[in-house]
Ligand binder design. Structure first.
Ligand code: CA
Ligand code: CA
Length: 208
């Protein structure tokens, strides 16, 4: 990608990825270009496929849960073509790294709504909590404990008592108690990962 093309792309992405300045957007595009496959065929979707994206989530952001990593991929892949384009990459990272509470709530809800039907159901909660709790020493019947946890969570978050979490329920609960943002498993980078990623990627190399 030549300088002019890079600048033009950065300029347009600055407008939608609003938490980054132009220099930062350029750095993210450069990183994207170094990670992705070169477009050898114009008809092939250009960008990061599921595996290379998951690899970044794992290596750079310390994520380990396969189900959550798949959902994060889906949340970034807005047009659902199984490939993260440069636009999806920069706009997704804007929320992932620096999103407002509002943006992060929408993102987390999208991740946790495993079948994308607009609700986090009992079954979905059970799946996710089981996944994140299984790493701990198991009790006699771990499923029972997780079922209890699902009921406790519903009691706390299901304001309209329909047995599932709508976005409105989720939003209200998280605004009340910010820790509930990642109630069903880590899907945002922790402070250390975020700082070291930003320090690596946004090094000012303009004077070199
Ligand atoms: Ca896509
Ligand atoms: Ca659902």
């Amino acid at each position: 990608m030549n300088r002019k093309k890079l600048q033009k792309l950065a300029e347009s992405l600055c407008k939608t990825a609003k938490h980054f300045n132009r220099f930062e957007v350029e750095c993210l595009i450069k990183l994207f270009n170094s990670l992705g496959v070169e477009p050898s065929d114009r008809h092939v979707a250009v960008g990061l496929d599921r595996n290379s994206f998951r690899n970044i989530l794992h290596v750079t952001f310390g994520m380990t849960d396969d189900m959550i990593m798949d959902r994060v991929f889906r949340a970034f892949d807005k047009d659902n073509d199984s490939c993260i384009s440069v636009t999806e990459w920069v706009e997704g990272l804007s929320i992932f790294l620096r999103g407002s509470l509002e943006e992060k709530m929408k993102y987390c809800f999208e991740v946790y709504d495993l079948n994308s039907d607009g609700y986090i159901s009992r079954e979905e909660m059970f799946h996710m909590l089981k996944n994140s709790l299984l790493k701990q020493p198991s009790e006699e019947d771990p499923d029972e404990g997780i079922k209890d946890l699902v009921e406790i969570t519903l009691k706390k978050m299901d304001y309209d008592h329909d047995g599932k979490l709508s976005y409105a329920d989720f939003e209200k609960a998280v605004k009340d108690e910010n820790l509930l943002l990642e109630a069903f498993g880590p899907c945002l980078p922790d402070m250390n990962c975020r700082m070291s990623f930003e320090a690596d990627v946004f090094q000012d190399t303009r004077d070199l």
